[in-house]
Design a protein around this ligand. Sequence first.
Ligand SMILES: NC(=O)c1ccc[n+]([C@@H]2O[C@H](COP(=O)([O-])OP(=O)(O)OC[C@H]3O[C@@H](n4cnc5c(N)ncnc54)[C@H](O)[C@@H]3O)[C@@H](O)[C@H]2O)c1
Length: 451
Amino acid sequence: MPMDRRPEFFKGAQLKVGIIGCGYVGLPLALRFAEAGHKVTGFDTDPAKVSQLNAGRSYIEHIPQAKIQQYVISRHFSATTDFAKLKEIDAILICVPTPLDERREPDLSYVKQTAESILPNLQKGHLVVLESTTYPGTTEELVLPILESNGMRCPIAAGSASDNIPCDFFLAFSPEREDPGNKQYGLAQIPKVVGGVNPPSGRAAQALYAQVVSRVVPVSSTRAAEMAKLLENIFRCVNIALVNELKLLSLRMGIDIWEVIDAAATKPFGFMPFYPGPGLGGHCIPVDPFYLSWKAREYDFATRFIELAGEINTSMPYHVVEAVATALNKQKKSLNGSKLLVLGVAYKKDVDDLRESPTLKIMQLLQGRGAHVEYNDPYFAQLHRMRHYNYEGMKSVPLSPQTLGAYDGVIIATDHSVYDYNSIVDSSKLVVDTRNATRRVVRNRDRIVLC
Ligand SMILES: NC(=O)c1ccc[n+]([C@@H]2O[C@H](COP(=O)([O-])OP(=O)(O)OC[C@H]3O[C@@H](n4cnc5c(N)ncnc54)[C@H](O)[C@@H]3O)[C@@H](O)[C@H]2O)c1
């Protein structure tokens, strides 16, 4: 291992790349580096995932098994729980979770634990990059002090005067922009923002990523890179809240908000469509903005847009439940005692991810009001106990005209592409559609309630 590695080393032909955290973000990244010809090791604390990967099996729906097998067989990819192997690696990329804790405050325990497991294995010339979404300052204030605690140095510096500042190791932040299930933009096509703790660290990380993505976007610091990711997600969160609020108003005014959005989206500049739904879901949009709100408090600053957007988006599952109750009421039925089928528990269409899914909340609220709730989701044959919900033993109900007709109401919570919406409407007594999934349905529209 070269002890005098310079940033240019990471332009090298074949590098040893270590990815810590082989989940939705880490695994595609690992496979992309393997595809580019590097030797990749996936590090994960979950032994079940590690053994599945080494056996060439995928545990994420949109990541093909064949791809993992290909790189395991060609010895470009393997996985381990043994963090001592980090010593042999050139570049270490951290892709561990950054959730909120019970008090909805940043839980950086995974990042901290990862930095602590790198520390005894840190070598001179190592490049370490944090990819997990987090508040500005995490790389410099949390990761750097841990990595420097054995005496090696990576000084915080900016500007051309520090272009060649001596570093024992390199440290950078580069946010992941993975959009699971997005067929148009894969990892290689998405530009990567990179900020170093100092200029050599920035150059090292840029050299590394330039080998696997179409464009690297350098920024002046890790804090700018951390903030860029939060801006992207807050932009989505606030705009989704805006259309959700306008949907509520439009419903009251008898205007079809989806028609309005499609019309507005014909403007060739200055407008970007966002669509309303039953609430926010996924690992990012409902969580990340609150990382910034939390940090802002340190600066005596209230992030009002984030709080307001959070309030509106959190109220959407309650709105759906009210819409179901009103629709049943019109048919002289009550929510209490009704038999309901919810379509789609995943947080968005065509993915096998139910983290923070609003459907989970909707089902809980419906049950709380006395409804008998069942679900169908082609991506989840059964549900289990989760941190906030207990759906232990619940199984996906197979769809058929007979089963659909047996429910008082069917709620489209997630608009998976495999659903045949014509047949769903034809067979159901009532369809409450939270996604405008039935927009092309012509027959029996009187059974559909958009909400
Ligand atoms: N999922 C997305 O679409 C997405 C997109 C952009 C950014 N992000 C961000 O990327 C980060 C990772 O998210 P994810 O969706 O991949 O999470 P994930 O839960 O799918 O994967 C995380 C992996 O890390 C492993 N892990 C946990 N603690 C570990 C430790 N101490 N050492 C090694 N491995 C450990 C887990 O076993 C798991 O396999 C988060 O910060 C998230 O906000 C996610």
